[in-house]
Design a protein around this ligand. Structure first.
Ligand SMILES: Cc1cc2nc3c(=O)[nH]c(=O)nc-3n(C[C@H](O)[C@H](O)[C@H](O)COP(=O)(O)OP(=O)(O)OC[C@H]3O[C@@H](n4cnc5c(N)ncnc54)[C@H](O)[C@@H]3O)c2cc1C
Length: 233
């Protein structure tokens, strides 16, 4: 379908939020993505983007959080588009969605970069449940300015005692002592080890996902307890 760019705003030095007005209402499950088709040098190129809307369900506005990859084929062109221009996007789809069983357990969400995008609606869905389960977000980035939605997550943690938020920086500066440091893995392992029933959702860069998969397996989680969405690059 052909969507119109309703709004663009910068979320960080490398990430922009694109709000797309759709020609029709679509229904999406928390965690799903759309495929964008863009013509590059006369050739249609497709790229997937997670839906970053705050809540899942029916909508005619799609929110996408997209990182610029200067050497990439699509994102440099996307970053030159303006409000009012049109883009081709698919219906929402994808199997990286919350399992019913996860809504009965504590859940840890682990991400790097724009991997946090699908977690917005997934975390919302967890917190809509009446169950007294905990929801933990461990979000890795290199620098403080790369952390997406920091104020939003802090506010949610203040409002909702079941939600805990841990931003992690791999290249912190001195003033960043309100955030954890290193890589995400050291910071979710404890939660997982202490709670053998926990469910874990992981989204983001290849290398992070690969290491998380190995760690979760080593800790002893079964394949019904951890789920991945791996972005390329
Ligand atoms: C399910 C899913 C959801 C996703 N959701 C998001 C999201 O919400 N937000 C987001 O920002 N991204 C997301 N991605 C990643 C996204 O789809 C793109 O991969 C990303 O935007 C880069 O696209 P690009 O065309 O700019 O870069 P690409 O052209 O794909 O290039 C990526 C990298 O590969 C290198 N490269 C390309 N061609 C070559 C070559 N011939 N030789 C050597 N190196 C090469 C480039 O240098 C670049 O560093 C998602 C991916 C998946 C699979």
């Amino acid at each position: 379908m052909i969507a119109t760019i309703a709004a663009i705003r910068s979320l960080s030095p490398r990430v922009k939020e694109f709000v797309l007005q759709l020609p029709e209402t679509v229904r999406f499950a928390a965690g799903q993505f759309v495929v964008m088709t863009m013509e590059v040098d006369g050739e249609p190129i497709q790229r997937s983007y997670s839906i970053a809307n705050e809540s899942a369900g029916e909508t005619n506005l799609l929110v996408l959080w997209i990182a610029l990859n200067e050497a990439g084929r699509v994102t440099p062109r996307l970053f030159q588009l303006c409000e009012g221009m049109q883009l081709e996007v698919s219906e929402p789809f994808g199997g990286f969605v919350l399992r019913d069983a996860s809504l009965q357990e504590d859940v840890v969400f682990v991400c790097t970069g724009t991997g946090v995008a699908p977690f917005r609606s997934m975390i919302d869905q967890c917190l809509q449940q009446a169950n007294p389960t905990n929801v933990v977000l461990v979000m890795g980035n290199r620098h403080r300015e790369d952390v997406l939605g920091h104020a939003e997550w802090l506010q949610l943690a203040a409002d909702e005692p079941r939600f805990r938020y841990f931003p992690v920086l791999s290249r912190p500066k001195e003033a960043d002592d309100d955030m954890l440091t290193g890589y995400v893995h050291a910071h979710y392992s404890d939660w997982v080890t202490k709670n053998p029933q926990i469910h874990v959702y992981v989204c983001g860069w290849d290398a992070m996902c690969k290491e998380a998969r190995q760690r979760l397996k080593d800790i002893g989680l079964t394949r019904r307890q951890y789920f991945f969405e791996q972005y390329d690059g």
